[in-house]
Design a protein around this ligand. Structure first.
Ligand SMILES: NC(=O)c1ccc[n+]([C@@H]2O[C@H](COP(=O)([O-])OP(=O)(O)OC[C@H]3O[C@@H](n4cnc5c(N)ncnc54)[C@H](OP(=O)(O)O)[C@@H]3O)[C@@H](O)[C@H]2O)c1
Length: 324
């Protein structure tokens, strides 16, 4: 059996719990260490998920020589400094989305990883879902003909709390960066880079977007209609429409277990369950890449993350969203 990859986790919030549970489901991964700003939290987390080491500072974890790769699970605004610290200490990184809060941060992170010959990937777990692989296969086989449009929404209702990660401008809150990234990801995967972007938003008193509607136009005339919101429980589905039919990614499309193909009203349903909480697929990709000495994933390359944040920056400019 080949060497297991030793993982560390920085920032022990809600996503870190789901991710750690999935690390336990991977035969090729070991959760070696976890780091929190609180020792009590780190100790409790380590014992729950069988991590060997618990650290009360992110820096201490990064200095652990046994860790191969660090998963960054802090709020968006800390991804840059946390990732740069890991890379500068020789660690590979899987960084939660969005990798940086703007293009400049993201490009600096990518350049640092490349200069140090270290693995770096944005944790867009959706890219590794069996449902997305099936969707791409159907699109490549032109089963729905030529693509004409992508429609995707992501919305949930949550009370306005100016201090929370979702609404706090200092933590780079807003629906666009937090969940709008998924519809944009899908449009980039399926249609590439838009030539024109139109977007409107509703802003909160904390000056972040609680609702964002986007319309993308492509040079070959396809369209994407995308929304994100913290104001309502929207269907959170996605549709790819083509000249011969449509593909639907069922709720919640970013972790879809089911897709359906509609050709002139004849529906074929594909059940494609993800493993565990859905993070196992991206974990296996990182393990494979690191074991094979790769510095980026061919399935989710760094150039894709750079394009993704460039599109997000264009949307931000349209809606007047600015982070300091
Ligand atoms: N891929 C996905 O499915 C998915 C889902 C949800 C979120 N995310 C991403 O994961 C990241 C974290 O989201 P989350 O929902 O897990 O957030 P969360 O529950 O608020 O946890 C974030 C953790 O970051 C650490 N942290 C460091 N400085 C902080 C500060 N000043 N304020 C608050 N927390 C601080 C804390 O850990 P310690 O106290 O242990 O230091 C905190 O528990 C976000 O970037 C988000 O986009 C991804």
């Amino acid at each position: 059996m080949s060497k297991k990859i030793h993982w560390g986790i920085i920032g022990l919030g809600s996503i870190a719990h789901k991710f750690a549970a999935d690390l336990q489901r991977s035969d090729s991964a070991i959760l070696h260490g976890v780091a929190s700003r609180s020792m009590e939290k780190a100790t409790e987390f380590a014992s729950r998920y069988n991590a060997k080491k618990a650290y009360d500072s992110y820096e201490k974890l990064v200095n652990d020589p046994e860790i191969d790769v660090v998963y960054i699970a802090t709020p968006h605004v800390f991804h840059f400094e946390n990732t740069m610290m890991c890379l500068q200490k020789g660690k590979s990184v899987l960084c939660e989305k969005p990798m940086g809060i703007d293009t400049q941060q993201t490009q600096t992170m990518i350049a640092e990883a490349k200069a140090r010959n270290l693995f770096l990937m944005e944790a867009i777990w959706t890219r590794f879902m069996p449902s997305i692989e099936k969707m791409l296969q159907l699109l490549n086989e032109k089963v729905i003909g030529d693509i004409s449009s992508v429609h995707a929404d992501f919305g949930f209702r949550t009370e306005f709390d100016p201090e929370s990660r979702l609404f706090n401008k200092k933590l780079a809150g807003g629906s666009l960066l937090d969940i709008g990234i998924y519809p944009i990801f899908l449009s980039l995967l399926v249609l590439g880079i838009p030539s024109d972007i139109h977007a409107v938003a509703r802003m909160t008193p904390t000056e972040i977007d609680s609702f964002c509607a986007m319309l993308f136009h492509y040079s070959t005339n396809e369209k994407a209609v995308l929304t994100s919101t913290f104001e309502a429980n929207t269907p959170t589905e996605a549709f790819i429409h083509g000249t011969k039919g449509s593909i639907k990614l069922h709720r919640s499309f970013h972790e879809a277990n089911t897709i359906s193909l509609d050709i002139d009203g004849e529906i074929t349903v594909f059940d494609l369950p993800h493993t565990g909480n859905g993070y196992v697929h991206e974990i296996e990709e990182v393990n494979r890449c690191i074991r094979d000495g790769k510095t980026e994933s061919a399935t989710l390359p760094l150039a894709f993350s750079e394009q993704l944040i460039k599109i997000i920056d264009r949307v931000k400019a349209e809606i007047g969203l600015k982070y300091s």
